[in-house]
Design a protein around this ligand. Structure first.
Ligand code: FAD
Length: 480
């Protein structure tokens, strides 16, 4: 059957996979041969330019995509520069007449893609964007009054009613590709660090579609059934750790969602709660799409007057380095630094500590996470930080301030997590592990442990800083 186009470009962005890739499938259906293209346009004017841990991931994910394409007879073309200029130049030199891509939802990506689509259409080029990242588009769900949702539970109830997922698309077994197209070598993008801080990350992760699929299906097979009991325990590998794979689109959330539904009963509690987490991913995109200012400003306007503390630099630095003197906070921040990832329960604890006990602006935390997380994702990160600060969608009420000691004692009861990431505390008995400053002198001597020397004293008094945060919220109430 003859096709509409001789040559089409598939513009890969954060959909670095062959399976269940709607843009790739649409191009294969429409054209005789395909140019798979990746454009490095990081120099474009974007204040949330990808961080260094994400650059590391991207390098390896592109290497994996290159190999996967070679296996089906195609070559990934890599270019650097402005996206529109690059596309037009490639169109001019190859005679391609169509471009396909999967949508992104960050404000700068939407603006760029709209402009690209408009110009290409004016040039007489077919330009088509598809949904390769979400279960449902952010604009497909509104409240009864036609406004976007701001609260998760009713959003997800409605979204589930409207889901129409069909089935996942298979990976193509062959892709015909025109020969002789110039490409930059991957190393030219300089995505890898020059100072080798990445050894812990490299030991913890295998980027790429093959690893993403293996991990996802192993998790869906059995561990997902225990997700409800284990997901809050940072010392146990009880969550999927799929976040960087989902962020870079190495596997689609649709495929993961369908696999869970096909494998387990509807009333399996672990599966149900796990699918709800994929719902939170959807919700974060819904919020970012409808409230794009939330990357930098509070969703709830009145929080722009919140009295943040002054002179927090030294404390923020101690927080970043895992030297706050609060064991569960330090364990989390060190896990982040060493592996590029942090357990969700601990993300909530360290975030609460930064914005409530230190009372530093949430953007200090969002920016640090942005640079150090391999799963740094603008919708999820902005929503997570605003939730913690009390200023976001469906936020925790301001008076809910996590006590990191009781959180540690509850969720890391036997101390496995803290002992792993804060080894200087490993010899402390469980009773004092989460509050080493209370270790009695006699016991401290026996253990040869000196607070202040072996491990920092707490940089804030938990009770006093809690009270100061509550006072600050009270002042905000009076101001607004
Ligand atoms: P699982 O528990 O296995 O969940 C499965 C998937 O659901 C995750 O991979 C993720 O894609 C999605 N998901 C789960 N929880 C959330 C959530 N609260 N919001 C949005 N999606 C969710 N997640 C990111 O992917 N990138 C971020 O930059 C990010 N920053 C965060 C910052 C803060 C302050 C907080 C509190 C949370 C943040 N999260 C972020 C959400 C959550 O912590 C991670 O998605 C989760 O820890 C990833 O681990 P997992 O893949 O094992 O998750």
């Amino acid at each position: 059957m003859s096709k509409t186009h001789d040559i089409a470009i598939v513009w890969f962005r954060r959909d670095l996979r062959l399976a269940d890739n709607p843009a790739l499938q649409a191009a294969l259906d429409a054209a005789d041969s395909i140019i798979p293209l990746y454009i490095d346009d990081r120099e474009s004017d974007d204040s949330w330019r990808q961080g260094e841990a994400s650059d590391w991931w991207l390098h390896h994910s592109l290497a994996s995509l290159t190999d996967a394409l070679l296996n089906v007879g195609a070559t990934l073309t890599i270019r650097q520069g402005d996206a529109l200029d690059t596309l037009r130049q490639l169109i001019n030199t190859t005679g391609a007449t169509a471009v396909f891509w999967n949508r992104l939802y960050e404000p700068f990506a939407i603006a760029r893609d709209k402009a690209v689509k408009q110009v290409l259409k004016n040039d007489g080029i077919a330009a088509e964007s598809l949904n390769g990242s979400l279960l449902i588009e952010p604009w497909e769900i509104t409240t009864k009054t036609e406004t976007p949702y701001r609260v998760f539970t009713p959003y997800w109830r409605e979204a589930q009613k409207r889901l129409s997922l069909g089935s996942a698309l298979p990976a193509p077994s062959e892709i015909k590709c025109p020969a002789g197209i110039d490409s930059l070598p991957l190393d030219h993008l300089d995505l890898l660090p020059t100072i080798r801080w990445d050894t812990g990350i490299a030991a913890a992760w295998t980027p790429g579609e093959a690893a993403a699929r293996e991990k996802a299906f192993a998790f869906v097979d059995e561990p997902v059934r225990h997700y409800d009991e284990r997901r809050d325990l940072p010392g146990v590998a009880g969550t999927s750790s799929l976040s960087p794979h989902l962020h870079f689109g190495e596997i689609s959330s649709r495929e993961v969602f369908l696999a869970v539904q096909d494998t387990h009963d509807k009333d399996d509690e672990g599966s149900r709660i796990f699918l709800t987490e994929l719902g939170w991913r959807e919700f974060s995109h819904h919020i970012m799409f409808h409230y794009p200012h939330t990357t930098d400003a509070p969703m709830n306007e009145k929080y722009s007057k919140f009295p943040w503390a002054d002179n927090v630099d030294a404390k923020v630095h101690a927080w970043q380095r895992g030297r706050t003197g609060i064991p569960i906070v330090d364990a989390g921040m060190r896990q982040l630094w060493q592996t590029g990832w942090m357990h969700n329960r601990v993300r909530m604890i360290v975030a609460s500590f930064l914005v409530k006990n230190i009372r530093a602006h949430w953007l200090h935390g969002a920016r640090w996470f942005w640079d150090t997380l391999v799963d740094a994702d603008l919708p999820a990160n902005s929503m997570g930080w605003q939730w913690s600060a009390g200023s976001g969608a469906d936020a925790a009420p301001y008076f809910r301030i996590f006590n990191p000691v009781s959180q540690g004692e509850k969720f890391d009861k036997n101390g496995d997590y803290v002992r792993h990431y804060v080894p200087e505390l490993a010899r402390l008995p469980d009773k004092f592990l989460h509050k080493p400053w209370q270790l009695p002198d006699m016991l401290a001597q026996q253990l040869d442990f000196k607070i202040g020397d072996d491990y920092p004293e707490p940089i804030v008094d938990l009770a006093e800083s809690r009270k100061a945060a509550l006072d600050a919220f009270q002042r905000l109430k009076e101001l607004t």
